[in-house]
Design a binder for this molecule. Structure first.
Ligand code: HAM
Length: 429
């Protein structure tokens, strides 16, 4: 009576329970393998950064900067922010540690991001991204390499055929004339929402991204950046498109695709899943050839993408967490004393096993083994200690075999190891 009320987690912040966490580990495992094959190196950046890092680079009129950053003054009075995304931090790390001097320029990261968005299915305030960045390469081949990597990873995860949409946003040379053309078009539209009326003056590309039906209708006939590309951007985009086709990578061109972050130049893309409802972007990215310079570095082209792990996990189906291969059943204190060292010897050999309570009877221990989905139970009591031989029971079939207790540490790993449970999952970064 009168216990403290259990506190729930914050809205938009979710616990990751073991079954889902196990699926995530498998997704991460596939990602580590794909990134290694494509020559990417892991990188980690802090969750908390100077807020200015993001305000300077993501765009003053972007939703993230206007209303979504978890920014606050820390105890030193410095304005800091939980990272809303990973790209800017990777570029900061690249500059801070002079990584341009090394041969490293392909990076990947996996971790949480924070945006104060309105939570709904597939949209969280703490969500997780698997992201990649290639810094220092302007070739359209890199654009295609990233899209091939995304495709490869989806195939590894059994998520095939998601529609890929691409577009180009031009560069600082051709963007101004497109901006003007778009502004001119928007000035003739009377049905824009209040936000878009403001945006059309300061950042008209944002209007193309508005989700309100009236705005979507209003921009249907808007000009596309493709109409105003300079020669270099035109060549770049054509090379991207033809190489995608050469590789058989299927895409749709959406001439109104823009992104919620302002640092993009040239190629932008999104991978969507109709199965996800309103929040259907599984992955998104693009070129950001001006960002490194914007953050104080030399002019350096770059490109990347990030996958939303929660959204991806909703599309992936894996076998459940593997069953427990072995449960040791000690009947009495002497048996427990004999089985306890065996427990650790087996675990050292990577055989996952648990042990019952010697004070409980056979039935209770087998019930516990069953609840843990144990495949085998190794049952040792006084009689078995005397003969030196004990029963290994297959919990599924009910069949039993005898195993010499003295050889159990060598025999049981061979008998009990399921084929699929041996993959080593690399650590989360
Ligand atoms: P973004 O489009 O803001 O891009 O996010 C990338 C992906 O993260 C989205 O497609 C979505 O799957 C997931 N995501 C974003 N916000 C949420 C949310 N509130 N809840 C759940 N999932 C979410 C970026 O963040 C860029 N940094 C990507 C990039 C990397 N561009 C170049 N390099």
């Amino acid at each position: 009576m009168g216990g403290a009320e259990t506190l729930a987690s914050l809205r938009g912040f979710k616990d990751l329970l073991p079954e889902e966490a196990f699926k995530w580990r498998q997704i991460e495992s596939a990602a580590h393998a794909a990134f290694a094959a494509f020559g990417f190196h892991p990188i980690g950046t802090p969750l908390l950064e100077p807020a200015e890092l993001f305000t300077r680079s993501i765009g003053a009129t972007s939703d993230i900067i206007e209303k979504e950053m978890y920014a606050f003054d820390d105890w030193d009075g410095r304005k800091v922010s939980l990272r809303p995304e990973g790209t800017v931090s990777v570029v900061r790390a690249y500059l801070t540690h002079h990584l341009s001097d090394s041969a490293l320029r392909k990076f990947y990261y996996i971790g949480p991001m924070f945006r104060h968005e309105r939570p709904q299915a597939g949209r969280l305030r703490q969500f997780h991204q698997i992201g990649v960045e290639i810094i220092g390469d302007a070739s359209p081949k890199r654009d295609v390499e990233l899209l091939a990597l995304l495709d490869d990873l989806m195939q590894r995860l059994g998520v095939n055929g998601l529609p890929l949409t691409i577009n180009t946003l031009g560069c600082p040379e051709c963007r101004p004339s497109y901006r003007m053309a778009l502004q001119f078009y928007l000035s003739g539209q009377s049905d824009l929402c209040v936000d878009c009326l403001r945006r059309s003056a300061v950042n008209p590309l944002r209007v193309l991204d508005c989700k309100k039906e009236t705005c979507r209708e209003a921009v249907r006939g808007a000009p596309s950046p493709i109409d105003d590309l300079c020669k270099a951007c035109q060549c770049h985009f054509e090379a991207v498109r033809s190489t995608l086709s050469d590789l058989g990578l299927v895409y749709t061109l959406n001439p109104h695709l823009v992104r919620g972050l302002d640092y993009y130049t040239r190629t932008v893309f999104e991978l969507n899943s109709p199965a996800l409802g309103a929040q259907n972007a599984v992955a998104a990215g693009g070129r950001y050839d001006a960002l490194v310079a914007l953050l104080g570095g030399p002019q350096t082209p770059a490109i990347g993408f990030a996958i939303g792990v929660e959204r991806l996990a909703a599309l992936v189906s894996f076998p459940q967490q593997p069953d427990l291969p072995l449960f040791l059943v000690p009947l009495g204190e002497n048996a427990a004393r004999r089985l306890f060292p065996l427990l650790f010897a087996l675990r050292r050999k990577n055989l996952a096993c648990e042990i019952g309570e010697e004070t409980a009877g056979l039935k209770a221990q087998l019930k516990r083994a069953d609840r843990l989905h144990a495949t085998y139970a190794f049952i040792v009591g006084e009689a078995e200690l005397n003969t030196g031989v004990a029963l290994l029971r297959n919990m599924r079939t009910g069949t039993q075999q005898t195993v010499a207790i003295a050889q159990a540490a060598d025999i049981l790993p061979d008998v009990c190891t399921p084929v699929s449970s041996s993959s080593v999952i690399p650590p989360r970064l």
